[in-house]
Design a protein around this ligand. Structure first.
Ligand SMILES: Cc1cc2nc3c(=O)[nH]c(=O)nc-3n(C[C@H](O)[C@H](O)[C@H](O)COP(=O)(O)OP(=O)(O)OC[C@H]3O[C@@H](n4cnc5c(N)ncnc54)[C@H](O)[C@@H]3O)c2cc1C
Length: 383
């Protein structure tokens, strides 16, 4: 179906993103998958080309256009080339972390951090999950206790995307450990602060080019001027405010990943033969691919509508949760079915469908699990 949400500028942006990915990322992606990380120069190159902080005001070096369609195009073009793992850190930096800096920073903080975030010299991460808690965020135990002009931070985070590369970690802390939601605040921890250590770059089943790490904080002295927002205790509200964009970003990526998988599979089933005929001509293959193509159109329409809602500030938390759980579960299901149609070659990493399969598995977990998304939607139904 013709997608109705784009204007000429988005098409031009798409062409420019595509050229950059083909030149700067595609030739190196296999090496980065082996390294378990993308080099920092990828971020500075993206920054130089205007692909970071498109929504940051020009005064801080950004694109000055608040329009999530640019973020969507960037994510789609990465996934079209099977580079979900290579691109995840940049998508997190742009779609998930940047809104915290834009919405909650004071003027002084904006001047300190935004230019570097736009140029890619500063890489961002979001630290919410801890070894002992993920979904139940209000039970987190990392503390930040005020001591004069500083907070003293103790605790640990895990599964943090960009965990090794990050210079600025938006860290969820308890400034009042006696409280649950109301005791939470967001504090920026910076590379080099004494007592802020990185753990292992965790070994994962997929997303191999992405550095996902543990972070440890032991008596880290963080200036009180690194608090996000004017008040202690606002952290949970700040997180809830930004989650719809985070979840929509994941849904966008999931739909784009299915589109790529469908394309590779269509090519494969037209070429591969069995019993004297292309495997695509078996009724089962046609039905599987017809079902995926149908669901893809339906998912795309919903996600595109949500993107317009996000731009208009009308997207609700429940709608974003619907997009996130359904599209990520669709990705998991559809990529699995596409792999099956590749037979044994589908299990070989030289075929992009194999990497897409292992890369897909985390999408129903991070950014809030499918079960938590259904809790959010269920509550909105008065249940
Ligand atoms: C590759 C990757 C990257 C990640 N990146 C980041 C990051 O950058 N920053 C960050 O902070 N975190 C990150 N995470 C962590 C991710 O957000 C958490 O794993 C996720 O929120 C789930 O938390 P958990 O792992 O503690 O699972 P748990 O909360 O322990 O849940 C385990 C199971 O119980 C279910 N469950 C829990 N509560 C309920 C309930 N009330 N009702 C029904 N079922 C329930 C869950 O749905 C799940 O199936 C990442 C994770 C992965 C895998």
């Amino acid at each position: 179906m013709q997608r109705e949400i784009f204007e000429e500028e988005h098409d031009q942006f798409r062409a420019s993103v595509g050229r950059w990915i083909d030149k700067e990322l595609v030739p190196h992606s296999a090496e980065w998958e082996t390294d378990g990380i993308v080099p920092r120069e990828v971020f500075t190159s993206a920054g130089k080309n205007g692909f970071l902080g498109m929504d940051v005001p020009e005064a801080y070096g950004g694109g000055g256009v608040s329009d999530f369609r640019y973020n969507l195009v960037f994510g789609e073009e990465l996934h079209a080339r099977g580079l979900g793992g290579v691109g995840l850190g940049m998508l997190l930096h742009n779609d998930i972390c940047m809104p915290y800096f834009l919405t909650y920073c004071t003027e002084e903080q904006k001047q300190r951090w935004l230019p570097g975030l736009v140029s890619g010299e500063l890489i961002a991460a979001l630290g919410m999950t801890e070894p002992g808690i993920g979904s139940d965020l209000a039970s987190m135990t990392t503390t930040a206790i005020r001591d004069g002009d500083n907070y003293v931070v103790n605790g640990a985070k895990t599964f943090i995307t960009n965990g090794i590369n990050a210079d600025l970690v938006i860290t969820a802390v308890k400034t009042d450990p006696s409280q649950r939601h109301k005791g939470m605040s967001l504090l920026i921890l910076e590379r080099g602060m004494e007592g802020f250590e990185r753990g292992r770059n965790l070994e994962k089943i997929g997303q191999h080019a992405q550095d996902t790490a543990e972070l440890f904080f032991t008596d880290v002295q963080v200036p009180a001027s690194n608090l996000l927002g004017p008040n202690e205790g606002d952290g949970f509200i700040q997180l809830v405010h930004n989650l719809p964009q985070e979840r929509l970003s994941i849904a966008v990526a999931s739909v784009a990943a299915v589109r790529a998988a469908l394309g590779w599979t269509l090519d494969y089933v037209k070429e591969r033969t069995a019993f004297g005929q292309p495997i695509g001509s078996f009724q089962n293959s046609r039905f599987v691919l017809a079902e995926i193509a149908t669901e893809l159109e339906i998912a795309q329409s919903f996600v595109d509508r949500c993107v317009i809602g996000l731009n208009d500030h009308t997207l609700t938390a429940e709608e974003a949760a619907m997009a996130k759980w359904w599209c990520s579960e669709f990705q998991k299901r559809a990529v699995d079915r596409c792999l099956q149609l590749h037979g044994g070659y589908g299990y070989m990493l030289e075929y992009p469908i194999a990497r897409a399969y292992v890369d897909a598995r985390f999408t129903t977990i991070y950014g809030g699990t499918t079960e938590i998304m259904k809790e959010i939607i269920g509550r909105s139904l008065g249940l």
